[in-house]
Design a binder for this molecule. Structure first.
Ligand code: G3I
Length: 331
């Protein structure tokens, strides 16, 4: 097999989400990272609750380890994430009585967090998901635009999004700044994201791109992806696929062992091939593609009794049928 990063070298960097334990050449994960990828994202350890669980006390160890590994091995780092309703410590939103903070206090704390984190990794983390998952998943008619149950929204309304981008640009003017979300290829959600990004650009808020997470499925429609890419290309922003995976959801058989049947393998192969053909077609606007993991040994989608097998590398981090199908597109 040709390493993934060689396959895509004329197109886009290809990345994986990793844990600090993977950032070690002595592991099969570290080996696969260096062989196949030229970009990494921390799956969890750069999130607010990991970096600043207690106010003013930063924990850099895991994130530093990933950044150092990336520097040593010529991998780019995408930062994930600065402003999110989830995996963020309560003190960012609530006082000791459980009341929502004032805008002034919450805004100052957000700015402090963004500035501290981005300053530490200036020059090492080339792009950041500045705001993650701020749009509502509800209401296909588009009347509920923002995720209103987010404590950020409760404190600020939508303006926290603008502020986060301004703070981020101030902290590291060279970093690429992204808005990142899921379900972003479905019309009812992508239109909300489109309106948001357009509003930010119209107001001269510094935003460079949109991250389409890419938690897709073997049934995902080619047209949905193409329409979405066309739409954001029209806004003149970069597009990155930030969290790609394609689960096949096999449950245990009666013996309790996992099976990866030929049928699932075929369908996943076809969908991965379709997806990468589309991404290659849009190489003018796609500036990165990242898988939300490395290989089928571990994925956030795995549950007891249900394994997802969502990647191009198998449980031993070796290329699987879907990999060879994608490779065919470039030969
Ligand atoms: O680290 C603790 C461990 O100390 C504890 O014993 C254990 C018990 O539950 O939990 C561990 O934390 C888990 C953490 O992953 C690290 O493994 C959390 O429970 C678990 O909720 C967390 O899940 C992460 C999830 O975000 C949280 O929302 C996934 O790993 C991570 O892949 C996932 O990533 C998100 C992106 O950030 C945003 N887009 C969607 C994507 C998938 O949900």
């Amino acid at each position: 097999a040709i390493p993934l990063k060689e396959l895509f070298k004329d197109y886009f960097p290809i990345g994986a989400a990793i844990t600090p334990q993977h950032a070690d050449l002595a592991t099969i994960h570290g080996e696969a990272l260096v062989k196949h990828f030229n970009s990494v994202t921390a799956e969890n350890v750069m999130k607010p609750e990991s970096l600043q669980r207690n106010k003013g006390v930063y924990t850099w160890e895991g994130a530093d380890r990933i950044v150092q590994f990336a520097k040593n091995n010529n991998l780019q780092v995408r930062g994930h994430t600065l402003t999110w309703h989830s995996q963020s410590p309560d003190w960012m939103f609530y006082d000791e009585n459980g009341e929502l903070l004032s805008r002034e206090v919450a805004s100052a704390q957000l700015e402090e967090h963004i500035t501290t984190v981005m300053s530490r990794y200036k020059g090492d983390v080339y792009a950041w998901d500045v705001v993650n998952e701020a749009m509502s998943d509800w209401d296909p008619n588009g009347e509920i635009i923002y995720r209103e149950d987010s404590p950020w929204y409760k404190i600020f309304g939508p303006s926290y999004i603008d502020s986060a981008f301004v703070f981020a640009h101030r902290a590291d003017p060279e970093a690429k700044l992204f808005y990142n979300d899921y379900n972003s290829i479905f019309s009812w959600k992508r239109n909300k994201i489109y309106d948001l990004v357009k509003r930010l650009k119209d107001n001269n808020i510094p935003i460079d791109g949109v991250g389409l997470q890419g938690h897709w499925m073997i049934e995902t429609s080619e047209q949905d992806i193409r329409t979405t890419l066309d739409l954001f290309r029209g806004l003149g922003v970069e597009i990155q696929i930030t969290e790609l995976d394609l689960p096949v959801y096999l449950s245990s058989n009666e013996e309790g062992s996992m099976v990866y049947t030929e049928t699932f393998s075929q369908r996943q192969k076809q969908t991965y091939s379709m997806i990468f053909q589309v991404l290659l077609d849009y190489k003018d606007v796609i500036t990165g593609v990242t898988f939300w993991g490395i290989g089928d040994d571990a994925s956030w989608l795995d549950q007891p009794g249900r394994k997802a097998f969502p990647f191009l590398l198998d449980e031993n981090l070796q290329p699987k049928p879907a990999y060879f199908e994608v490779q065919k597109l470039l030969n």
